[in-house]
Design a protein around this ligand. Structure first.
Ligand code: SF4
Length: 260
């Protein structure tokens, strides 16, 4: 069992080129705000997807401190930790940028739980994906409606599947902007410390990646960043769909793992 620690004390070590990476991330965000600016009273066509994890609070802090016209959305699945919900309230109250919370369709959740049970995600991969479909994917579709681009906290270091994440990914219909693509975990925590950014206290209990409460656990030293998510499934099965990637025509559709 892990002893709670302080994520800042443990992790806040910037890499030697941190200043360059910081400037690059800020420039990417500023460019996105300009490129996807709203017109005729309509909102910008770019938005940030935030899970309120460490990377996402850094990006939101940049959006707010640079006073960029970029809205932020959070998927409140109905299964988030109480710590995440508390941070969400704090974030909504303090963010300059508008924060929109998307929740699942109540009737769909009620029907699914009545038929499969509250913790159906442990029964099979199909049921876990069905739960993600109702609680995450459908709300995500609503959140991204009318948007040409979205901003995520994906980093190359997070897992092998993300080793090639570009700063700006135009390979899909909707552009995905990953301003922290080449940041290290130490860079993320250095920014949090330097800017006194509010973060999820679960990070102090060795939760590097925070999702829904039933599907997230603390990790131990040496474990992969993402090993605390859907830990009972095979690595290859850890698909959720939030970051669906279309492969070349010869391949079928593959899903990357979810960051939110
Ligand atoms: S992460 Fe778990 S609880 Fe959350 S939507 Fe997916 S299966 Fe359901």
């Amino acid at each position: 069992m892990s002893t709670p620690g302080n994520a800042i004390a443990l992790n806040a070590r910037a890499s030697s080129d941190y200043v360059i990476k910081l400037a690059e991330a800020q420039a990417v965000l500023a460019q996105a705000a300009a490129q996807y600016a709203g017109s005729d009273g309509k909102p910008a066509t770019v938005t940030q997807a935030s899970s309120l994890g460490a990377e996402d609070v850094v990006i939101s802090h940049m959006i707010n401190s640079l006073r960029l016209d970029i809205g932020i959305f959070v998927l409140e699945t109905g299964r988030l930790h109480k710590e995440t919900l508390a941070l969400l309230e704090q974030f909504k109250a303090s963010s300059r940028a508008p924060v929109t919370v998307y929740t699942p369709v109540n009737e769909s959740v009620i029907q699914f739980v009545a038929k499969e049970g509250k913790d159906a995600m442990y029964k099979s991969i199909d049921l876990r994906k069905a739960c993600c479909g109702i609680r995450k994917m459908e709300p995500l579709e609503r959140a991204l409606k009318g948007k040409d681009a979205w901003i995520t906290g994906l980093r190359r270091e997070q897992s092998g599947a993300r080793a090639e994440v570009p700063l700006v990914d135009t390979s899909e219909k909707r552009t995905k902007i990953n301003p922290l693509a080449n940041w290290t975990w130490g860079d993320v925590w250095h920014y949090i410390r330097e800017n006194q950014v509010a973060y999820n206290p679960l990070h102090d209990q060795f939760f590097p990646s925070i999702g829904c409460e039933p599907c997230t656990r603390a990790i131990s030293l040496g474990e992969d960043f993402r090993s605390g998510r859907w830990w009972w499934e095979d690595e290859a099965a850890k698909e959720c769909g939030l970051h669906v990637k279309a492969e070349p025509a010869t391949s079928s559709l593959l899903s990357e793992r979810v960051s939110a």
